[in-house]
Ligand binder design. Sequence first.
Ligand code: HEM
Length: 471
Amino acid sequence: MWAAVGLSLVVLLVTYITHWITQWRNPKCNGVLPPGSMGWPLVGETLNAMTLSNSIDLHPFVKRRVTKYGPIFRTSLVGRPIVVSTDPEFNSHLLQQEGKLVELGFFDSFTKILNLSGEATTTGTVIHKCLRSITLNHFGAETLKEKLLPLIEKTVVETLASWSSQASVEVKHASSVMLFNFSAKHMTGYDAETSSDNLGDKFSRIMNSFLSFPVNVPGTAYHNGLQDRDKIITALRDMLEKRRMSPDTHQGDFLDQISKEKLFSEESVVYAVFGVLLASFEPISSILALAFSLLGEHPAALKELTAENEALLKNRENPNSSLTWDEYKSMTFTRQVVNETLRLGNAAPALLRRALKDIPVKGFTIPAGWTIMAFTTAIQLSPNAFQDPLEFNPWRWKDLDSLVISKNFMPFGRGSRQCAGAEYTRVFLATFLHVLVTKYSWKTIDAGRMVRKNMLLFGASIHIKLSEKKN
Ligand code: HEM
């Protein structure tokens, strides 16, 4: 008898698990789901999406599935049902539907670490508009022109002088330090030299928890991310507290401006500063490392870049004066190099959204609640938009029509959520290249690896020896 009971239990269990797996593989949908696979129960296809790729091309996870299923496919990552789209028309349509069909939809790990919820994540709300406007106020074109350009140049001059005194420099890490220290000082008055809490390293590590399971177990990327986040938040709270205790230390910076906004609670001030700081340095440092690598491999491009920037110095009355806004605007080839590096780097490959209702697309339906990964930048590496797309060819920008550019080049996203640091990024990169090629040469010691760390994260590693040019 016990054997029969045992057998029935096993049969029940197997039936239940089979039913559950069938449901997992065939999620409910009021229509036809895009083709694809939900992978293994719970894990989905996360492990495939996490693999390293040494190619500059689109991550193989996406590339292989596009070949197999077409430009729109379904999958499951870190416990979430997902539709990935590399279809330019659909992606562009989605970005015009913010707040109507979609809203921001990060993975649970990222949402929890960044404490993203409520109005700041809903496009067009007063809070979103206010945060966007404060960011633009401190990083937008006017501030760059009136205040930041000479400060950026000074930082780059000092940084490169320090790099040249070292036997070798790992560009990605060293650039992260420079960029973080600059934006943290500009936004909050944080002084990395006198501070012992090493906020820059903690910020850098957080990026590794972006595509992780939100399981808070010691040793996991998510757990480490939460720990680093808490330490940073404590440091930011202390800064805010000090400002409130002694109003005479107010500096009119980002922290001051946002903390005076009645819309923001103390908690949301701290998390907003945290979020903008995180956005402000990591992607630029990857692009800078890639620029070293690409220019090292393409001497003709380096020669033309150097000639343009040296000519700029020669045309100055005083060669030692600072870079002016007009000079920045006149650096045509430098801007082409920046564009080409941004195109190939694809540093923010996908925009993440959540479907607010069922979304019909090309005969399929994306169910409400699903995450959509819009690979807006897939087009940047597509032969349909750019000839020999994996070739570093800054000259291609000379002849490209502005309509073609606006349709096929969107490293900073599009629409009402378009990057608030885009102009700052361009100015920082151009200024860096200007100082680099006019004052220094470099030798690559270890070409390192250009890697897509996972399907969302680009990282490049290159070791160089920087030397001052002899006139
Ligand atoms: C290579 C450098 C950068 C890249 C590739 C990049 C990329 C992007 C992209 C694609 C978006 C749109 C996200 C979405 O629609 O979901 C975005 C938004 C944003 N970025 Fe950047 N970014 C860069 C640098 C920066 C910098 C330096 C800052 C700050 C100074 C910054 C601040 C922001 C902010 C605040 C938003 C949100 C805007 C909003 O929601 O209205 N980014 N960025």
